[in-house]
Design a protein around this ligand. Structure first.
Ligand SMILES: Nc1ncnc2c1ncn2[C@@H]1O[C@H](COP(=O)(O)OP(=O)(O)O)[C@@H](O)[C@H]1O
Ligand SMILES: [Mg+2]
Length: 283
């Protein structure tokens, strides 16, 4: 079986995946997205499955679409990448599949955004409908800050800022949970604990191992299924009314959590590729 690994920078995560594949006797063909020239009508791809690892979302998205159109299986699929690249689409999929997630309102004008914020109540969270790494998230505590942020978006914002994604704020216990899912199995979970409401490591979050309860497992697997994910990370918050899913990530960064995860996460990923995309399908 020939596995391709599509990347734009080889990080420690990618090194671990390559090493795990080699250990299983599988050679991984490295595909540098920076050097790609895709002819839309015809391509001779020399691999059976591609594990997508691009940092750049647009590169990932376009490459996955082209590969999938040429019947190359990818992890994750174009469909999953498209959904997970948009907080709006993830919220929609979660809702449709009865996966508990905070309430969201979408509006398109500053006036309606203010109405929607007042309706959701304070505090609430304003997010870019497309975005990640905690960029441009705003916790809005009162009408004055709502007006200020909306005014900034209106005047300084780009095209993306014409969509207002307004979410209910969940009073969580100073942490969130990231669950790693491969296929229909949970491959590990961590707490991210921080004094900042955005519980990211670059905002000072401390990582610790999180026990995988049945509830956590069920909601994570349901969220992964809702986006048709093969290898995804599900961000979850604990609320007064139980676990709720915030978002699902598709190019999963796992290395920074490595000390708190089962070291076989990459082995599980390679096994999953071998079992779910067997060679005989590519004749
Ligand atoms: N509605 C919310 N209620 C409480 N905390 C939130 C909410 N939305 C986001 N957060 C916090 O901010 C972090 C980042 O939010 P997220 O939606 O995952 O954006 P990003 O894609 O930038 O990671 C979450 O991990 C969580 O700690
Ligand atoms: Mg997140």
């Amino acid at each position: 079986m020939k596995i391709g690994l599509l990347y734009d920078r080889i990080r420690k995560d990618e090194k671990k995946i390559i090493a795990a594949a080699r250990k299983q006797g599988i050679s991984v063909k490295l595909i540098n997205a920076n050097n790609l020239i895709f002819a839309l009508e015809k391509n001779n791809f020399d691999f059976d499955v591609v594990i997508e690892r691009c940092i750049n979302h647009a590169r990932a998205l376009y490459s996955l679409k082209i590969l999938n159109e040429h019947d190359i299986k990818t992890i994750n699929s174009y469909e999953t990448a498209e959904i997970c690249g948009s907080k709006f689409l993830v919220s929609e999929k979660l809702l449709k599949n009865n996966v508990k997630t905070p309430r969201v309102i979408i509006t398109f004008t500053p006036e309606k955004a203010l109405d929607a914020i007042e309706e959701i109540g304070y505090p609430c969270v304003l997010k870019p409908a497309v975005g990640s790494w905690g960029n441009l998230l705003a916790k809005i505590k009162d009408r004055e800050s709502a007006e200020a942020i909306i005014a900034h978006k209106k005047i300084l914002g780009s095209y993306h800022h014409s969509v207002y994604y307004i979410q209910e704020y969940i009073r969580k216990p100073g942490r969130d949970i990231r669950v790693f899912v491969i296929g229909d199995k949970v491959a590990g979970a961590v707490y991210r604990t921080s004094r900042h409401w955005i519980t990211h490591m670059d905002r000072g979050a401390i990582i610790s191992k999180c026990p995988v309860t049945d509830d956590l497992k069920n909601i994570s697997l349901n969220a992964a299924r809702a986006v048709n994910g093969d290898f995804v990370a599900v961000d979850i918050v604990e609320s007064d009314s139980g676990l709720q899913v915030l978002e699902v990530e598709y190019t999963v960064e796992f290395f920074k959590f490595y000390p708190y995860l089962d070291k076989s996460i990459t082995k599980k990923l390679i096994r999953y590729v071998q079992n779910n995309f067997p060679e005989e399908n590519y004749k």
